[in-house]
Design a protein around this ligand. Structure first.
Ligand code: HEC
Ligand code: HEC
Ligand code: HEC
Ligand code: HEC
Ligand code: HEC
Ligand code: HEC
Ligand code: HEC
Ligand code: HEC
Ligand code: HEC
Ligand code: HEC
Ligand code: HEC
Length: 381
């Protein structure tokens, strides 16, 4: 009981302290006002008349930096309306501001940005925190009074990891230096999509440029027209169906070929290793490592794993048989392919329990999961 009342009086005491604190919130005074130098701004020493001794903003500029020397001047500053944002005498807010937070101040005029902050969209954290993380309230030599060039430099002042990635990665993305640079894909304030993207998903953004044949910088060759390829081939690979090109590619560049997030063999033939293929982020690598299995893959002859045979034993990369963007055949199999310098057709024919191929590598050969086939004679075992 005694303990309880001790606690109670303790809480009461703490509450009292808090109350005192709120009652005496720190008031900040302009130094001249604080020192009673009313005449620093007014026509009379004790300011019996509130008349100012000079017009605004010249009055303020007689002691403060003249913001009009900037190339881009904020509307109200240019109009000399300092007192829309600052109380010239005293305020409870830092920098004599008229509102308690900077964002309240900015959105009191920029109501569209106020609506954005309350929209429930994904807001860029520095925007949520304070507009002046990027904008200068008065003026700057960069458009929109930004603290650095808006297209890229501004972003990289905070996103240092991205600066490293885009400058040091072996395979750089042309998009980073084109047009609006970072702002070509991202909105600096907010987005209904994840990662501040300007479109609903990455695919929509990628195809704004990749619906034309683009020059591949290092060797003068052209990149395939991905927009056209996807439109022509109805069997689109899962991640792309969901609009997710960045499941495999890093849009900011990477050390892997074609800016892939993980390695993938450049050539059509490669010694097998599970971490050499980005595919196993989503698919089971056992498809390629189990010599015999009744269920790990459908590409098998009875329990003889035909994936193991081709990929692991014969070192044939996925790209000789599959098109991981889109294809016209089932199982994302290619119609035409290349192996080394040879260009040829796979001539795949599927059945309900297997299939057969007739590429230049061998005569037509069959695989059947239920009734395995002798690969030499093509007869049922
Ligand atoms: C840093 C400059 C500055 C100093 C110093 C200053 N004032 Fe002012 N004062 C202003 C400005 C600017 C306005 C006009 C505000 C507006 O138009 O929104 C103003 C307005 C006034 C007004 C009329 C409006 C109001 O707020 O009631 C009075 C009265 C006044 N000041 C008294 C004083 C007194 C007294 C002092 C000294 C203790 C003083 N001022 C010191 C800049 C100053
Ligand atoms: C007689 C000189 C003088 C005049 C005129 C003057 N100021 Fe100041 N002001 C100062 C000094 C000195 C400081 C304190 C040092 C500093 O922050 O630059 C100050 C500080 C400030 C601050 C920062 C307060 C803080 O908390 O850091 C603001 C905002 C400000 N002044 C606004 C104004 C505005 C607006 C006007 C015009 C209405 C004005 N001043 C006119 C001398 C002046
Ligand atoms: C749109 C609102 C707005 C207007 C208009 C405005 N200011 Fe400010 N001012 C701010 C904000 C916000 C800050 C705080 C910046 C910070 O903390 O970096 C500030 C800071 C200041 C400071 C303190 C600078 C420092 O580095 O600490 C001074 C001095 C100042 N303003 C003077 C002026 C003068 C003079 C004018 C009119 C010519 C003016 N302001 C007009 C919003 C405004
Ligand atoms: C008193 C009203 C007012 C306040 C407060 C205010 N602004 Fe402004 N702002 C304006 C006006 C007016 C313009 C000029 C609009 C134009 O030129 O079309 C402007 C222009 C801008 C622009 C350039 C827009 C363009 O299209 O060129 C930016 C960026 C901006 N403000 C940011 C801010 C930030 C950040 C704050 C808070 C620190 C803020 N504003 C506070 C009134 C205000
Ligand atoms: C992370 C940096 C950043 C922050 C924080 C930020 N902005 Fe911006 N803002 C930008 C960039 C970059 C642009 C230029 C956009 C463009 O060119 O498409 C811009 C443009 C603007 C414009 C002019 C174009 C438009 O969208 O209307 C206004 C107004 C503006 N910002 C207001 C604000 C306000 C208000 C806040 C705080 C709620 C804020 N900004 C916070 C980076 C920022
Ligand atoms: C003032 C610092 C600052 C600036 C400037 C800045 N950012 Fe950010 N940004 C952050 C912080 C903090 C986060 C949240 C932590 C993180 O993801 O790194 C973030 C997150 C992001 C995200 C991830 C958002 C998500 O939903 O996961 C993207 C995309 C982004 N920023 C892009 C940009 C772009 C583009 C620019 C230039 C217009 C920019 N940033 C400028 C600080 C900044
Ligand atoms: C070609 C479009 C494109 C360009 C240009 C671009 N980005 Fe991105 N960015 C994206 C996509 C798509 C994502 C989502 C990546 C993911 O989910 O893996 C992203 C994600 C991010 C993230 C979140 C962290 C991450 O990697 O997932 C940041 C931060 C970011 N970008 C900053 C930047 C900066 C800074 C620039 C300019 C140097 C820039 N971006 C240029 C498309 C782009
Ligand atoms: C603003 C236009 C633009 C956008 C948007 C764009 N790209 Fe690119 N992309 C290019 C250009 C130009 C090249 C060729 C130059 C190069 O290799 O960087 C390229 C090259 C590529 C390459 C081949 C890289 C190499 O190593 O040869 C891949 C892969 C790629 N982009 C994927 C994407 C993905 C994924 C997206 C969406 C997140 C995307 N691009 C969005 C312009 C764009
Ligand atoms: C499942 C993983 C994956 C997804 C998802 C994916 N890609 Fe790729 N992409 C690859 C691989 C692997 C390569 C390398 C192909 C090669 O070298 O044979 C590649 C190559 C490319 C190339 C270069 C083609 C050329 O001509 O050399 C472009 C451009 C490209 N992808 C764009 C995209 C776009 C746009 C999307 C979304 C619509 C996308 N990718 C989605 C795996 C993927
Ligand atoms: C981000 C996850 C992801 C990555 C990475 C990925 N895939 Fe897929 N893959 C899927 C999904 C989901 C499906 C099922 C939907 C479909 O049929 O496209 C699928 C299906 C397939 C199929 C067809 C299955 C069938 O029988 O119809 C093949 C073949 C395939 N992937 C090959 C690849 C290859 C080759 C790679 C590496 C270049 C790869 N995948 C990388 C997610 C992924
Ligand atoms: C010699 C051609 C060939 C190569 C090389 C090849 N595949 Fe396949 N793959 C097939 C065939 C044929 C099927 C269809 C099996 C069926 O359903 O009848 C298939 C099916 C698949 C499937 C669907 C699920 C399954 O296992 O049946 C995935 C996923 C897959 N392959 C991934 C890969 C990956 C990843 C690589 C490279 C590491 C690869 N394939 C290499 C021919 C190949």
């Amino acid at each position: 009981m005694t303990l309880f009342s001790f606690r109670n009086s303790f809480y009461l005491f703490m509450f009292f302290l808090l109350f005192i604190n709120l009652g005496y919130a720190k008031t900040i005074k302009h130094p001249s006002y604080k020192n009673g130098q009313c005449g620093a701004c007014h026509t009379t020493k004790n300011a019996k008349s509130p008349d100012l001794k000079m017009d605004m903003p010249e009055l303020c500029y007689s002691c403060h930096t003249n913001y009009e020397n900037n190339d881009f001047i904020h509307g109200p500053v240019g109009a000399g309306a300092c007192t829309l944002c600052h109380d010239p005498h005293k305020s409870e807010n830092p920098k004599l501001l008229t509102t308690s937070t900077i964002n309240d101040l900015c959105t009191s005029c920029h109501s569209d940005k106020g609506a954005m902050l309350n929209s429930g969209d994904n807001i860029h954290p520095p925007v949520q925190e304070s507009c002046i993380n990027c904008h200068d309230a008065h003026g700057q030599n960069h458009k929109f009074q930004l603290k650095a060039d808006r297209k890229k430099d501004l972003c990289l002042t905070c996103h240092i990891d991205k600066k490293d990635a885009i400058t040091n990665s072996k395979n750089k993305h042309g998009a980073i230096e084109m047009g609006d640079k970072c702002l070509g894909c991202h909105d600096p304030h907010s987005s209904t999509a994840p990662k501040l993207l300007k479109a609903e998903d990455s695919k929509t953004i990628c195809l704004t440029c990749h619906s034309a044949p683009l020059p591949r910088d290092e060797d003068g060759k052209m990149l395939m027209n991905m927009g056209e390829h996807l439109a022509k081939n109805p069997n689109v690979h899962g991640p792309i169906m969901w609009g997710d090109c960045v499941a495999c590619h890093d849009p900011h560049g990477s050390n892997n070929i074609r800016m892939l997030k993980e390695p993938f063999p450049e050539k059509s033939s490669a010694k097998f290793s599970a971490d050499g293929y980005i595919c196993f982020k989503c698919h089971e690598s056992e498809k390629m490592t189990e010599r015999f299995s009744k269920d790990i893959t459908n590409f098998r002859n009875g329990d003889n794993n035909t994936h193991y045979l081709h990929v692991n034993q014969k070192r044939i990369s996925c790209k000789s048989c599959h098109d991981y963007h889109a294809s016209s055949l089932p199982h994302h199999l290619k119609d035409k392919t290349t192996y080394g310098v040879a260009k040829f057709k796979l001539r795949f024919e599927g059945t309900s329990t297997g299939g057969s191929c007739n590429p230049i590598c061998h005569t037509r050969r069959y695989y059947d999961r239920v009734e395995p086939v002798n690969v030499k004679t093509n007869k049922k075992l």
